[in-house]
Design a protein around this ligand. Structure first.
Ligand code: DC
Length: 223
C-alpha cells in the first residue's frame, strides 16, 4: 500500500510550493490537484464555454483528457497531451477553475483520476477535498491555512514577480471571492476534516512552514 499524505487548504496558503518542498524532503511525488481543475477551466475558456454552464462544462470534461507528468522540475499538467503548465496560472483561469470545480460531474471525473494516480506510488496530494474525498484513508492529513491578508500578500508578491499589475486590494478581493466559492459549494466544500492536523502558517517563513509539516508527518508516521 503506498503511503499517501493529504494536504488541503485555501488559496494562497502556500500549499503548492510548501508541498513541493515537503514531498522532495520525503522523497515522494507531489500531486497538485488544483492544476487539473485549472486545466478544465482553461479548456472551457478556450472552447468559448461559460465556466458556470454546468451541463456544457460537464460534457466537455468527459471529452477532454487531463493528465499530469512528473518531471525533474515538478509537475507538468497536460490537456489532451498538450503541456499547459504555463497557461493555467492566470487570474482568469483561477476563477474559471474555482467555478468548474463546483460541478459534481467534473469533481467525479477528477477524483477518479487522482485516486488512480495515488494508488500507484507514495504521494503527497494537495487540494481542497483530499482528506474528505480523494484519500479518506490517508494516514496523514494536514489542513494548511493562514489569514486572508497574509495569503493575499503572498499571492500578490508572486503575481508581481511574474509581472502582474493587480493591486493588493484586488488580489485580496479575488481571494475572498474564491474562498467563499470554494467553502460554500454544495459538493465537497473546502473544510478541515475531523482527523486533519491544522497548520497555520501566518507569520511563519517558508522554511518554518515546511519544518512544521515534516514534524506532523513524522509524528503521525511514528506516533
Ligand atoms: O489549488 P488551486 O488554486 O490551483 O485550485 C484551483 C481551483 O480548483 C480552486 O479554486 C478550487 C479548486 N480545487 C478543488 O475544488 N478541489 C481540489 N482538490 C483542488 C482544487
Amino acid at each position: 500500500m503506498p503511503i499517501n499524505i493529504a494536504l488541503d487548504g485555501p488559496v494562497g496558503a502556500g500549499k503548492s510550493t510548501i508541498a513541493d518542498a515537503v514531498a522532495s524532503r520525503l522523497g515522494i511525488l507531489h500531486l497538485d490537484t488544483g492544476a487539473m481543475y485549472r486545466a478544465i477551466g482553461l479548456a472551457a475558456l478556450r472552447a468559448g464555454i461559460s465556466p458556470s454552464d454546468e451541463d456544457t462544462v460537464t460534457a466537455l470534461c468527459g471529452r477532454v483528457d487531463v493528465g499530469v507528468a512528473h518531471q525533474p522540475d515538478g509537475q507538468h499538467t497536460l490537456l489532451d497531451g498538450e503541456d499547459v503548465t504555463g497557461l493555467i496560472r492566470t487570474e482568469e483561469v483561477s476563477m474559471a477553475a474555482s467555478t468548474v470545480a463546483k460541478f459534481a460531474g467534473v469533481r467525479r471525473a477528477m477524483v477518479a483520476v487522482q485516486q488512480r494516480l495515488a494508488a500507484t506510488t507514495d504521494m503527497l496530494v494537495d487540494g481542497r477535498d483530499i482528506g474528505l474525498r480523494v484519500l479518506p484513508d490517508a494516514p496523514v492529513k494536514i489542513f494548511l491555512t493562514a489569514s486572508p491578508e497574509e495569503r493575499a500578500r503572498r499571492r500578490w508578491e508572486q503575481l508581481r514577480e511574474k509581472g502582474g499589475s493587480d493591486s493588493y486590494e484586488q488580489v485580496l478581493e479575488d481571494l475572498k471571492r474564491r474562498d467563499y466559492q470554494d467553502t460554500h459549494r454544495e459538493v465537497d466544500p473546502l473544510q478541515a476534516v475531523a482527523d486533519a492536523v491544522i497548520v497555520d502558517t501566518t507569520g511563519l517563513s517558508f522554511e518554518e512552514s515546511v519544518e512544521k509539516i515534516l514534524a506532523v508527518v513524522e509524528a503521525k508516521r511514528h506516533g
